[in-house]
Each structure stands twice: as C-alpha cells, then as structure tokens.
Design a protein around this ligand. Sequence first.
Ligand SMILES: Nc1ncnc2c1ncn2[C@@H]1O[C@H](COP(=O)(O)OP(=O)(O)OP(=O)(O)O)[C@@H](O)[C@H]1O
Ligand SMILES: [Mg+2]
Length: 606
Amino acid sequence: MSAVNPRPVRVLPEAIANRIAAGEVVERPASVVKELLENAIDAGAEKIVVEVEKAGKAKIRVLDDGGGMDRDDARLAVQRHATSKITDEGDLFNIRTLGFRGEALPSIASVSLFRLTSRAESPVGVRLHIEGGSLVGEEEVAFPRGTEVEVRNLFYNTPARQKFLKSDAAEAAAIAETVERVALACPKLRLRYVHNGREILNLQAAEDLYDRIAAVLGSAVYPKLFPAKGRRGALALDGMIGAPDLTRPNPGQVHLFLNGRPIRDRRLVHALSSAYGTLLDPGRYPTAVLMLTMPGDRVDVNVHPAKSEVRFVDHGEVYSFIHETVREALGRSPWLGGAGTPAGWRAPAADVPERVAEAMLKFEAQHRQQHSFPIAGGYRPMPGAAHAEALPADEPSSPLPTVEAGEPPMIGFFSSLPVLAQLRNTYILVSTPRGLGIIDQHAAHERINFERLKEAHARGGVAKQMLLFPVRLDLAPRQLAVLEDAAPHLSGLGFEVEPFGGDSVQIRAVPQLLAGADAAGTLRDLLDDYAEAGGSRAGEAAVEHVLATVACHASVRANDALNYEQMTALLRRMDGISFSAACPHGRPVFIEITDVELEKRFGRIK
Ligand SMILES: Nc1ncnc2c1ncn2[C@@H]1O[C@H](COP(=O)(O)OP(=O)(O)OP(=O)(O)O)[C@@H](O)[C@H]1O
Ligand SMILES: [Mg+2]
C-alpha cells in the first residue's frame, strides 16, 4: 500500500485530546459516578449525596462536604493533568488517594454539559459552566464549603459512545453497584443515593465495617456471613465471607478492596473460591467483602485507565495470604461445624432436612396423577430394606407424562433402577443393567422442575400461588434499581411483588412450584440476574434463564438427606421428562460406571 497524502505530525488541540482520554476514563455513567465519588472521598467528605436521572444518561449530580476548591483551584481542576494528589514521580509508587492522574474532571467535562460549584476558604463559592470541554461561563455563588458536580447529557457530543450504552436497567444497576462498593469501602461515610427521585440508599455513619456490610448487603444476607480476619507481616485482611450456599454464577458478589480502593482481580477471586474447595458447586462464586491493606509501595495502582486493576509486587504472597485466611475462617465457621458464632450471626434453620422432605412430598402430591400402573418386573427392593413395603398405600407409581392414554403402561428407565444408597447426602446410587449409576439429586430435581415449568410456561401460564403470609424482604440497591423494569417478567412467572417502603418489598404470590421454598432468595437471584444481564437477554433465552433460576430454588439441594421414598419418587419423576442428561446449568445429572470399568479397576480383566 502506498502512503496517500502524508500529513504533518501535529499536537492535538486540548479539547480533542481530552475527548480521547475520556474514552478510557469515562466508559459509562457508572464511571462518572465512580470518579466523582472518589474525588469527594479524597477531599475528605463525611457526607455525599448522589442524584441520578435516567440511569445517569440525563443527569448525574454529586454533592460533598469535603475541603472544596476556590476559584483558581477549580479552574485548574478541569484542566488535563491537573491534580493536587501527587507532585512527583516518586509519589506514583506510593499512592494514598483514589485519584492521581488529574484526568477525571476534564474527561467528564469534555463529553457532557458540565457544572462545577465549589468553595474552600473564600467567602464565596465559584461556579464553572463547561460544554463539551469548553468553558462557557463562570460566576460567583453563595455555596457551603464543599463541592457539587453536575453532569448532564453525558456523551451528547460522542454519539458512537452513546450508542454503546446499555439499557437504563443495566446502567442503573452498574451505578448502584458503584455506590454500594464505595459505601462498603468507607463505613463512616454518610451516603445518600437517589435515582429518578426515588431514594435507593440512605446510610448513616456505621460503627464499623461489619455494621456497614449489614446495611449494604441487607439483613437477609448478613446472617449468612462470617468474619474473616488475618495478618501476615505487612499484609492485613478484614471482612466477611458468605455461607457456601450464598453463591452466584459469577463473581459479582465478591467485593475486593485494596487500601480502600475497589479492585478487580481474577486471581484473588480464585484465592477466595478455591479456599471453599468442594463446599462450592462447580461454576459458582461465593459472597464476600474483603478489605486488604498493605504498604503503598507493595502495589502499583497505575496500570488501568479505570484504576480498578492493580499489580502486586508479590502476587503469590497476596494470593496465599487470602487463601489461608479464608480457609482458616471457614474452619471456624458454623458451616463446617466450627464453634464460632460472632455477634449477629444466626445459625441456619435446623429444620432444613424436614423442610426438604416436606417439599418433596408436596412436590409429589402436586404432580400425582389419576391413573397408576403396577411396578414392572425387574424391580428389586434394596437388600434388607423394608422401605419398599412401607411406601404409603396412596402413593401411586407416577405415570410417564409422555405416555398417552391407551398406550400400554411401561416402567421408565430410572424408576426401574434399584436404589442402593444415598452418598454424602448428595448423590443417589443405583444399580443399572450395565453397572453402577450415580445421580446428582439437586441437578436431577432441578432438571425435572425446569422441564415442568417450561411446559407450563409454553401452555400459557405458570401456576401462581397467593401467599397466606406475604414475605417481606429488604433489597440491595442494585436489586431495587431494576425492580421496576423486571416487574413484568416476574409477574409472567407467577410472582407478585409490591413496594413496602424504603428498600423493602413484599412478595404476595409465587410460582406454585416455589411454594414452601425460598421465595425471597429466588427473587433476589432473579433481580441480580436481571441487573447483570441488564434485561439484555432476549425472548426465549431470557425466559429459560428465569425458569432455570426458579427451578433451582424449588429443588432439593446437595447435602439434603433423602429417605428411600423420596429417592424413588425422584427417579419416577426423572422418567417423566425428556432428558438431555444435564441440569439447566449444564452440569450432568447422571453418570454410569460400567461393570467392565469396575472389573478393569479391580484387575479382574485387563
Ligand atoms: N469533590 C472535590 N473536592 C475538592 N477537590 C476536588 C474535588 N474534585 C476534584 N478536586 C480537585 O480537582 C483535581 C482534579 O480532579 P480529577 O478527578 O480530575 O483528578 P484526580 O482526582 O487528581 O486524578 P484522577 O484522574 O485519577 O481522578 C483533584 O486533584 C482535586 O484537587
Ligand atoms: Mg479524581
């Protein structure tokens, strides 16, 4: 290729350079909120108000009572590379503030209609008006000590970027998450967050980190958290880790902080998850708030435009410190039978096995069909077990829903398999014609519920059950932020949810399949999913995803003891669905170890 019209090298005009930098610093409305909050915290604010309209696309306003700026400083602050936080290169290697680049304000101002009002020592405050990076007005105003930044019409002059913004629900969720993280990082900070005129968060100064965690993650999650604290040399960790069943399919509820700065670090997330070992289902991540502190010169925070990634001088040391500290905390936690019961910690309900048994019976009763047929030959009761005879007389062998009336009754594959035992309260062992079969009870039940829900949904309605006693629950800010958007989807599924003042809502009806199961937990999961996907999943995929979540909550879990009747009932139900041999989350339901494999392993054959 030949060079066409070679052009001379030129230094870009400041406004364009700013706009290019903005591409890195200001990715979406949540980045603006993050930068403005960081500035307020660096300025020593004790109280911050964040007001947002239309998920930040229309307006973002952050008001603080920090040290403020007088006229000259304010003018400088909106210029590129103007910062009060570092003065020489040496400072870069020991950063104690959240900001250090002097890029945030000019970047934001270059892609919005921007207004900065501030006052420090002078008797009057100063107000600057900037449009697309150009100063268009300046005035003196009466203003209390502190700073207010108002950002309107974000990206109005960069349409490409505007086009890449996600739905209001997704952007609002990202903002709520940003505010949550700042709230966790600064327990003493008073923080109010209002979206579209609705107060999402209003936090008073907390006593300590634990208090703040309770306020931010909510009273439903808090009892399932356990403190994790440790120190090794100059490294210190403080925070809380969640019960092994308080998980997400992504690391969205792993809140990592380094020296007060929220960070992302996949390897440190791994240090945490791997400490749980087999307590976690594959592909799930725990809930945790981990505050890591270390000397500033052991870490480089200047590696990412959003300042959210860091580089440790000794990553291995940090990894093993987190891993060990979490392991040690888990060992003391009530989930592993430890004696530790910190203030505020409530043991999980002791009646879990009973509730599971009840749920299974209810589940059976709900799907009991009118006609029954005898158990076919080939069925042998468990050796030495009288259970088979003890089956309740009115317990019919459930027919296969796929069998049309008039067809000769037949016994299905799974129900013909003699149950040998339950292993680790998690797997059902069965004898198969070819060897040993192992069924993952949760995955199997989940698959059954999922197929039933899908069928019901396709027929035009998931049966809804009104609750005699509505369930009231507190929602986290990111969940509240998407509630309105998600409402139509939820009601299509049989949920009736209504606001109950503050951050509380009340569930009045649930999908019938969920009756007796954890309605609040399901709703929280659904809202989290919605926030993460931003309602972006379309059509069938969205519906299936939601059905899978409901199915998961309506199912028996690993570690639930099942009796013989419950196991055989589960096998019968397995015959009733089309099996792709995987749970809706893609894990296998059933595996088989053949006689040949066994014989090989025992050296009977080669
Ligand atoms: N809310 C505020 N209160 C007081 N001073 C502020 C406030 N916001 C910004 N400033 C001043 O303006 C300067 C520029 O802010 P800006 O966010 O652009 O850069 P920074 O915070 O220094 O670095 P970074 O780009 O990493 O955020 C800051 O260094 C600070 O002195
Ligand atoms: Mg800043």
